[in-house]
Design a protein around this ligand. Structure first.
Ligand code: PEP
Ligand code: MN
Length: 358
């Protein structure tokens, strides 16, 4: 059968397509080389002046049949695709990622290791309320074998009329009591200007859920050389959580621990929804230790033990829980803190569980 005119034209079009593909690929390779040069020189990949210049040259050489607007449109697409080739995909190279570091990071809280395979229990009051209150908690924790105590001195409260914490005085109390009992301490800092000063009083700087994307605070945390406990934001994705940690690590502070503390969902049975699936994902994606705050995630005492066990079964490097000498009178989170007896029962239960080989 003889070739029709249409067949012949289509054949020529196929040939032109192949030539265009060759030319586009050649162009892309040159663009990649340009990208490498720009990276070396530290100049931006996107150069709008150069793009406009190229578009002007192309349209002035254009003799149709495409109109200038169409030519601009087509080439703009080519430019964008080339730019994408030049841009380094930073997500593949996050310092906090397993791709960058295979081995687990072990954080040392003045000799107490987190992330080394044996899970840690961190306990203490929601807020530092007084010297006597913290001392009572510390004494009880000490007899239980706990080595790291938490206690909030700067309290990020929903209402400005609620107890805001004792501030620096609270940090001072933590230090005095911790020194007496040989405990390590964790406390939340909310202002970048307080970070350096806080290092004189506490062993771990906590960055709270509400500040997970307070980038100036993250940068200040990255500039010190003390362990940081970074809480997952109330509505943060895992990717956002890891990028927040990257802010700290990228400034040279590699001693970062992540802590899942529940996220906002429509569920009202718990204060937040403990995202257990975040544990294996974070452990897979990142080499940083991952802990679970069972108190703030659930907001209820009756399910703390099963949630802590679930966390450990899912690979958590530790659990955090709130303990108060008399929860009913607590100045914050009164309904969810454990009294000493409840804590002892909880800890025994969870500790026995961890004896089961993982
Ligand atoms: C806390 O741990 O004291 C606290 C306020 O928790 P979060 O930032 O997770 O709400
Ligand atoms: Mn609390």
């Amino acid at each position: 059968m003889s070739e029709t005119k249409l067949d012949q034209l289509r054949k020529r079009l196929d040939e032109v397509n192949m030539s265009l593909l060759d030319l586009l690929s050649e162009r892309a390779r040159i663009a990649q080389e340009i990208g490498i040069e720009k990276e070396k020189q530290g100049v931006p990949k996107f150069d709008p002046v150069r793009e406009n210049h190229m578009l002007a040259e192309l349209t002035s050489a254009n003799n149709g049949p495409f109109d200038d607007e169409t030519i601009r449109h087509l080439f703009k697409h080519i430019f964008q695709a080339s730019l994408k080739l030049q841009q380094v995909d930073h997500t593949k190279h996050l310092l906090v990622s397993r791709k960058k570091q295979k081995e687990d990071t072990i954080v040392s809280i003045r000799g107490v290791e987190v992330g080394g395979g044996s899970p840690i229990m961190i306990a203490g009051p929601c807020s530092v309320e007084s010297y006597e209150q913290v001392r009572q908690v510390a004494a009880h924790l000490k007899t239980s074998g706990i080595t790291v105590m938490r206690g909030g001195a700067f309290k990020p409260r929903t209402s400005p009329y609620d107890f805001q914490g004792l501030g620096i005085e609270g940090l001072r109390i933590l230090k005095e009591v911790a020194d007496e009992f040989g405990l390590r301490t964790i406390s939340e800092i909310v202002d970048p200007a307080h970070i350096e000063l806080a290092c004189q009083y506490i062993d771990v700087i906590q960055i709270g859920a509400r500040n997970m994307q307070n980038f100036e605070l993250l940068k200040a945390a990255g500039d010190i050389r003390k362990p940081i406990l970074l809480k997952r934001g109330l509505a943060a994705t895992i990717d956002e959580f890891l990028h927040a940690a990257e802010y700290i690590v990228s400034r040279g502070n590699t001693q970062v621990m992540l802590i899942e503390r529940g996220i906002r969902t429509y569920e009202k049975a718990t204060r937040n929804t403990l995202d257990i699936s975040a544990l294996p994902i974070l452990k897979q994606e990142s080499h940083l230790p991952v802990l679970v705050d069972v108190t703030h995630s659930t907001g209820r005492k009756d399910i703390l033990a099963p949630c802590a066990k679930a966390a450990l079964a899912a690979g958590a490097d530790g659990v955090m829980v709130e303990v108060h000498p008399n929860p009913a009178t607590a100045l914050s989170d009164a309904q969810q803190q454990l009294n000493f007896e409840e804590f002892t029962r909880f800890y025994d239960d969870v500790r026995n569980f961890t004896l089961v080989p993982r």
